[in-house]
Ligand binder design. Structure first.
Ligand code: ZN
Ligand code: ZN
Length: 380
C-alpha cells in the first residue's frame, strides 16, 4: 500500500476537480444554524480556503440536535465564533472569519463584493430579503437553502440575470414579513415561528448547497456545466421521496435588481469621515447621502413633550421604545430620516454614529447624478 501525505489525494482522482481553485475561493456562509453547520463542515472538509461565517445568535440547547459543530459546553457562546473554531479544527489549512453580527446593518457591501459565492442558510424571510438585496448590489451569486420537516429547497440566484429571491415573494410571504412591525414602524417583539426540522433534512439540503457551490466555483474554469441554472430551484421531499427542479419567474416590477457600480474606493473608515466630508471628497458639495434604511433620530413624547435623541435603524428599534421614561406613558413617536444633506446637523457626525459599518457602500446623489463610494478601502 502506497501512503500519501496529501490530504486531498481522493479529490485529485476526480477529473474535473480543481483543488487550487477551492483553496483560493472566498465563500460566505450566512446563518450558522442547522443548515449552516452542515455547510460549514462540508466546505472545511473540501478545503475551501477562505470562509466567512455570519450569525448574531448564540448557541442554545435546542440547536444541539441539528448542529454538528456545537457541543453542550458551547451554550451561550456566539454561533459564528464556535462554528469558525470547529471549522479550523476540521481543516487547519483554511482561513475562517466569524462575523457575530446582523447581516443587514453591520456588514458593509464591500465585504459581500469580495466573495465568490454567498450561501444563505437562513430561517427568516426578512434575512433572506436583506441578503438578496446585498448580493444583487454587490454583484455576487448566492444560494438560498430552506428546510421544513421533510422538505428541502435550494435556489440559485445569479446577480446579473433571471429572478431574485424578492421576485419569488408571494402575497402571503409579504404579509408574514410586514407583521413584524407594529404601529409607528417600531419593531414588534414577537418572533417568527420556529420551524420543525431535523439534522437529516438539514444535512441533505446542505449537501445540495455545497454541491452547487462547487459547480459555481469550478464554472470559472469552464467544466463542469452541471448544476442549477440561474433562477432555478431544486425541491426535494424525503417522505415520500421526490425531487423536482423549477424555474423561478422574474417579476418585471421587482425593485431589487440594482448593481451598485461603478464605485469610488475611499480610504476612510466610518469613524474618520462625515457625510459632509464624503460630499467634498466625491466633488459633490451639494450631495445627498441616501440611507438604505429609515434612521430613527428622535423619540418625541406626545404626552409630556420629552425628546430623546436615538441614532439607530428604525427596523432594529423595539416597540418598547414607545414607553416614555419621563411620564411613563406609551406615547413616544419615532422621528426618522432616510437621507442626509450637507446642511443637516447629522452631516457633521462621523458616519459610525449613524450605524454605518466598515466597508459600507454609500449612495450619493446630486441633481440627476448618482454615485457610489465604498468606505474603509478594499476588503481583503
Ligand atoms: Zn427580483
Ligand atoms: Zn412623556
Amino acid at each position: 500500500m502506497e501512503e500519501t501525505t496529501d490530504r486531498y489525494a481522493r479529490h485529485h482522482l476526480i477529473d474535473w476537480w480543481d483543488q487550487k481553485r477551492l483553496a483560493s475561493a472566498r465563500v460566505m456562509v450566512v446563518g450558522a444554524g442547522a443548515i449552516g453547520n452542515e455547510v460549514i463542515k462540508n466546505l472545511a472538509l473540501l478545503g475551501v480556503g477562505n470562509l466567512w461565517v455570519v450569525d448574531f445568535d448564540t448557541v442554545e440547547v435546542t440547536n444541539l440536535t441539528r448542529s454538528v459543530l456545537f457541543r453542550e459546553t458551547d451554550i451561550g457562546r456566539s454561533k459564528a465564533e464556535v462554528a469558525s473554531e470547529r471549522a479550523k479544527e476540521i481543516n487547519p489549512a483554511i482561513q475562517v472569519k466569524s462575523l457575530s453580527c446582523d447581516l443587514e446593518y453591520e456588514i458593509g457591501l464591500g465585504v459581500y463584493r469580495s466573495m465568490d459565492v454567498v450561501i444563505g442558510c437562513l430561517d427568516s424571510i426578512q434575512a433572506r430579503l436583506a441578503l438578496n438585496r446585498a448580493c444583487l448590489r454587490a454583484g455576487v451569486a448566492w444560494l438560498n437553502g430552506g428546510i421544513e420537516v421533510t422538505v428541502g429547497e435550494v435556489s440559485y440566484f445569479a446577480s446579473e440575470e433571471g429572478a431574485c429571491f424578492e421576485c419569488t415573494m408571494s402575497p402571503s410571504m409579504w404579509e408574514q414579513h410586514h407583521k413584524r412591525f407594529s404601529c409607528g414602524g417600531l419593531r414588534s417583539d414577537t418572533e417568527e415561528a420556529k420551524m420543525p426540522t431535523t439534522a437529516v433534512v438539514a444535512s441533505v439540503v446542505a449537501g445540495y448547497l455545497v454541491n452547487e457551490a462547487l459547480f459555481l466555483l469550478h464554472r470559472a474554469t469552464e467544466e463542469p456545466k452541471e448544476g442549477l441554472e440561474p433562477s432555478q430551484k431544486l425541491v426535494f421531499l424525503l417522505k415520500p421521496y421526490r425531487l423536482d427542479v423549477y424555474r423561478l419567474p422574474r417579476d418585471p416590477n421587482c425593485l431589487a435588481h440594482e448593481r451598485w457600480e461603478p464605485l469610488t474606493i475611499m480610504p476612510f473608515s466610518p469613524q474618520q469621515i462625515t457625510a459632509k466630508a464624503v460630499f467634498e471628497y466625491l466633488g459633490m458639495p451639494e450631495g445627498i447621502l441616501e440611507l438604505d434604511f429609515d434612521l430613527l433620530t428622535h423619540l418625541t413624547c406626545l404626552e409630556c413633550g420629552a425628546v430623546e435623541e436615538v441614532l439607530r435603524p428604525l427596523e432594529k428599534s423595539s416597540s418598547r421604545l414607545s414607553l416614555c421614561p419621563q411620564c411613563g406613558t406609551k406615547a413616544r413617536q419615532p422621528e426618522t430620516i432616510c437621507w442626509i444633506d450637507k446642511d443637516s446637523e447629522i452631516a457633521m457626525r462621523p458616519l459610525s454614529d449613524l450605524g454605518i459599518p466598515e466597508y459600507a457602500v454609500l449612495r450619493v446623489k446630486q441633481g440627476g447624478e448618482e454615485t457610489f463610494a465604498q468606505l474603509s478601502g478594499e476588503y481583503a
